[in-house]
Design a protein around this ligand. Structure first.
Ligand code: NDP
Length: 392
């Protein structure tokens, strides 16, 4: 039985809190803390089991340490933004509690994420006898476990992995992002990058495309982008030759994005407006729909999976392992659209596997470094069924 402290009361944090509250035999207490207490209150009012809430600025290590001690947390689930990863990890070291997040650290002033800054904490976490589990959402998270599962149970050797992320859903806004707009737009406007035979190859943002027939959705165009799990998979999947990440975008989304970029609204450097510093992308975020509010009326499905090429007994095989999630069903169950649902459920399961000792180790780890079996077994039980099938 553990006390879990969830930081961040956005779309992902709401799902993590809802799902943690479903397993009182694992999480004896659930505390949800965020910068805006009203958002915590709103989420609490939707959850049947009583949970505690608190206000915290997660950029401030002292505030975090005081909160962890006040609520006697055993584990922190970081559902805030990538900017807070390092301050929360520092607070874990100061208080001796375990850590889990769904997105890797990124400095505010540079749209560049990499695991190095968090991997550098490995020996300090080991010495403190605590665990950090990085990137335990869907992608990264379940996609990493899919690769570990294929490596353990399906293939003798893996040659190449294409992670394919399709949101086939339709919401009622002309332009909205499915998770935090600032983080999403920083990600998709960055140069694309993929791994080939030991080298990283960079391409212009969203310039490479192909089509893929997504089960449950149909044929969609996908575009290549750099995604954080490529970095850890390149390190942890032995001898993998090729790693790429692909995502679907609607024409509406791409048109809006192009215009916003052309007029400078996606810039992350401050400009002076009427004597005040304004970061255009942060201003844009304030105007865009809150992704946590997209769920109502959202129709359609997501399909996220790994298309894996490898060898079995010397024969070349192709295998697709994926989940399909329905926006409306996710909303009915957890008041969230599918992108938040598919992120929050694995975060809760990861927290559960750490709290029960099944996954617990000392140091800093990515999901594919742990035994995938317990996660793969629990995913369908908590709403994320998966399918693995060979393709011609
Ligand atoms: P939201 O913007 O909806 O939620 C973020 C929450 O964090 C908000 O409640 C925000 O508070 C809070 N927060 C921000 N800064 C602070 C701070 N300094 N102190 C305390 N709280 C703070 O984002 P999402 O829920 O859409 O995304 C959350 C995370 O999940 C992101 O890092 C995103 O990259 C990641 N993600 C991971 C995925 C995966 O599959 N691995 C997929 C989708 C998202 P406030 O309301 O006051 O702004």
């Amino acid at each position: 039985m553990g006390r879990v402290l969830i930081i961040g009361a956005g779309g992902v944090g709401g799902v993590v809190a809802t799902k943690c509250a479903e397993v009182p035999e694992v999480f004896s207490e659930v505390v949800l803390a965020s910068r805006t207490i009203e958002k915590c209150e709103r989420i609490r009012s939707r959850i049947v089991r009583p949970i505690e809430i608190a206000e915290v600025d997660a950029d401030d290590v002292h505030q975090l340490v005081d909160l962890v001690e006040e609520v006697s947390a055993d584990l922190i689930v970081n559902a805030a933004l990538p900017y807070q990863d390092l301050t929360i990890m520092e607070a874990c070291l100061a208080t001796g509690v375990d850590y889990l997040d769904t997105a890797n650290y990124e400095p505010r002033d540079e749209a560049k994420f990499c695991y190095r800054r968090q991997w550098d904490y490995h020996s300090r976490f080991q010495e403190r006898g605590i665990m950090a589990l990085l990137g335990c959402g869907f992608d990264p998270g379940v996609t990493n476990a899919f690769c570990a599962h294929a490596s353990k149970h399906v293939f003798d050797e893996i040659d190449g992995i294409d992670i394919l992320d399709c949101n086939g859903g339709v919401h009622r806004h002309p332009f909205a992002t499915n998770f935090n707009p600032e983080i999403n737009i920083r990600e998709v406007t960055a140069p694309g990058r993929y791994y080939q035979d030991g080298r990283w190859i960079e391409v212009d943002p969203l310039s490479v495309s192909k089509t893929f027939d997504f089960p449950g959705i149909g044929v969609r165009e996908v575009r290549l982008l750099y995604h954080e799990e490529l970095e850890s998979l390149a390190k942890n999947i032995p001898n993998v030759g090729r790693l790429r990440f692909w995502m679907t975008f609607s024409d509406e989304y791409l048109t809006h994005l192009r215009v916003l970029q052309n007029v400078g609204m996606t810039r992350i450097d401050p400009i002076i407006y009427e004597g005040r510093q304004v970061v255009p992308l942060m201003f844009l975020k304030a105007l865009l729909p809150d992704p946590a509010g997209l769920g109502e009326g959202y129709q359609g499905k997501t399909c996220i999976g790994c298309l894996i090429d490898g060898k079995i007994d010397g024969d070349a095989k192709r295998y697709f392992i994926y989940n399909i999630c329905d926006h409306a069903e996710a909303y009915q169950e957890a008041s969230a659209q599918a992108v938040h649902y598919t992120t929050g459920v694995p975060a809760m399961i990861g927290a559960m596997l750490i709290s029960t000792g099944v996954w617990r180790r000392e140091g800093v780890f990515n999901v594919e470094e742990l035994d995938p079996d317990p996660l793969m077994e629990l995913l369908p039980k908590f709403g994320l069924p998966w399918t693995g099938e060979f393709m011609d």
